[in-house]
Structures are given as structure tokens and as C-alpha cells.
Write a protein that binds this ligand. Structure first.
Ligand code: KIV
Length: 262
């Protein structure tokens, strides 16, 4: 992949779909980087990597730690760091914490969840030199307040709210928007209405790119699989089979052989 900039990513909107994937460590970031436009250090790591039931307990320190690892593994990649729940409640708090991300990692941008109510925060970040990716529609950091995860944009009023949220985040200066868990026609309308790239997850095909959580698409996260996930590898099964073979060979004394011995 070319070394992207905000300008080159924005230019892709009318050329081809943008590819985004999450990564949480150097090992996988290195594997992903050659095929992927943007690596997102998502706070989904709190669930798939750290085993929590939702993303809300992720901390800024954890996000920075994982972002450093991802940037170490993929130094040329365009890396976006998710701002965790509670780290951007006010514009000043957001700026203080986003500055920490910029000062302690080479991340190119931060992502924050929220629509019109977060526009002032996005504006404050952008005015102070932080590049921002927005996130509207289903916002996982709202899971407790919403009482669960549910598809958004099911009626006209909800569609209009999502459109207004997306427009507000673009007007505030975000250079890219993630839209999650919405009816397909809603995401299509948002992608058409905005001039910045709109990246979908559970948002249908007519957007400007797609993002998936890496451990979902490699079939490693088994706790639950949302409808929008496609698994490109039976990761969990393959890992279990490999580890069983290793354990069997150790017990049978068929590993190591002379080939693996000094
Ligand atoms: O945390 C995350 O991985 C995300 C993606 C689902 C977009 O925000």
C-alpha cells in the first residue's frame, strides 16, 4: 500500500473503496499493512483482546500502549487510535488526551464516537492540529446507555438524525467518518451527502470503504459474531488444531526431532 496521507485517503472517495482493519499489536499490524489503507487501533481490543464484556473500561493508557505496538509493527501505515470512553467528555479533555496520543505515539489520527453533540469537540481537536475520524450510527461506547447493541436508522426520524450527525462531524473538520450498524440505505445516503470518505461496518456496500475487527474476520473471536462479520479464516479452529498437534507431539516425544535440536 502507498504511504497514505489525509489528502490521499480523501482522494480515494471517488476512486476505489478504502480498506480499514483493526490491529492491536505489532505482529498482526505488520501482516496487515501491505494490503490495507488504514489500521485502526480500536477500543474493541477491550473485548476481543482483554476479554471485557464491552469497550467501556478501555483506558487511554491501554490505547496508547497498543497504538505504540501497532506503529512499531507497521511504521509506514496510516494508524488511527480510538479515543476510549470517558476520555473526551469535554473539548478540553479531548484535546488534552488526544495530545497525549500524538505526543506518545506516531498515530496519524484519533477516532471519536458521537454525532452533532460532539461537533464542538471535533472542531477543537482539528483547530489544534489533531486529525479526527468520526464514528456515527451504532456507537459501542453507548451500549450501556442504549441497553444493548441495535441497528440504527430503522425509521425516517432516526435516518435524519444520523444524516445530521454525519454532516455536523464533517462540518466540524473530521476527514473521515466510520458509520456502524445502520440500515444500508441510510449509510448510502450518508456517503452520498458527505464529501469525506465514509467507512462502513454493518452498513452495506455502497459506502466509501469497509472496516472489520481483525479477530472477527479471522474467526478468532468466538464470544459472538455479528451478522455483518464475514470470517475469512477459521482462525480459532486452526489455532486449536495446531496447539493440539504440538501438545500431542510433545507427549509422544515426536517433537523436537534432531532437526529442531542442537
Ligand atoms: O473499536 C473498534 O474496533 C471500532 C470499529 C468497530 C470501527 O470502532
Amino acid at each position: 500500500m502507498p504511504n497514505h496521507t489525509i489528502t490521499s485517503l480523501k482522494a480515494l472517495k471517488h476512486q476505489r473503496p478504502i480498506t480499514m482493519i483493526t490491529a492491536y499489536d505489532a505482529l498482526f499490524a505488520r501482516l496487515f499493512a501491505s494490503h490495507i489503507d488504514v489500521i485502526l487501533v480500536g477500543d474493541s481490543l477491550n473485548m476481543s483482546f482483554l476479554g471485557a464484556k464491552d469497550t467501556l473500561s478501555a483506558t487511554l493508557e491501554q490505547m496508547i500502549y497498543h497504538t505504540q505496538a501497532v506503529c512499531n509493527g507497521a511504521p509506514e501505515a496510516f494508524v488511527v487510535c480510538d479515543m476510549p470512553f470517558g476520555s473526551y467528555n469535554t473539548p478540553d479533555e479531548a484535546l488534552r488526551n488526544a495530545m497525549k496520543v500524538y505526543q506518545t505515539t506516531p498515530a496519524a489520527a484519533v477516532k471519536i464516537e458521537g454525532g452533532a453533540t460532539k461537533a464542538a469537540t471535533v472542531r477543537h481537536l482539528v483547530d489544534n492540529g489533531i486529525a479526527v475520524v468520526g464514528h456515527v450510527g451504532l456507537m459501542p461506547q453507548m451500549v450501556r446507555a442504549d441497553g444493548g447493541y441495535s441497528v440504527k436508522g430503522k425509521d425516517e426520524a432516526s435516518m435524519q438524525t444520523i444524516l445530521e450527525d454525519a454532516r455536523a462531524i464533517e462540518a466540524a473538520g473530521a476527514f473521515m467518518l466510520v458509520i456502524e450498524g445502520v440500515k444500508t440505505h441510510v449509510a448510502t445516503a450518508v456517503a452520498k451527502a458527505l464529501s469525506i470518505p465514509v467507512i462502513g461496518i454493518g452498513a452495506g456496500v455502497d459506502v466509501d470503504g469497509q472496516v472489520l475487527v481483525w479477530s472477527d474476520m479471522l474467526g478468532l473471536f468466538e464470544a459472538f459474531t455479528p451478522k455483518f462479520v464475514k470470517t475469512y479464516m477459521e482462525g480459532a479452529t486452526q489455532v486449536r488444531q495446531a496447539v493440539k498437534r504440538y501438545a500431542d507431539e510433545v507427549q509422544a516425544r515426536t517433537f523436537p526431532t534432531p532437526k529442531e535440536s542442537y
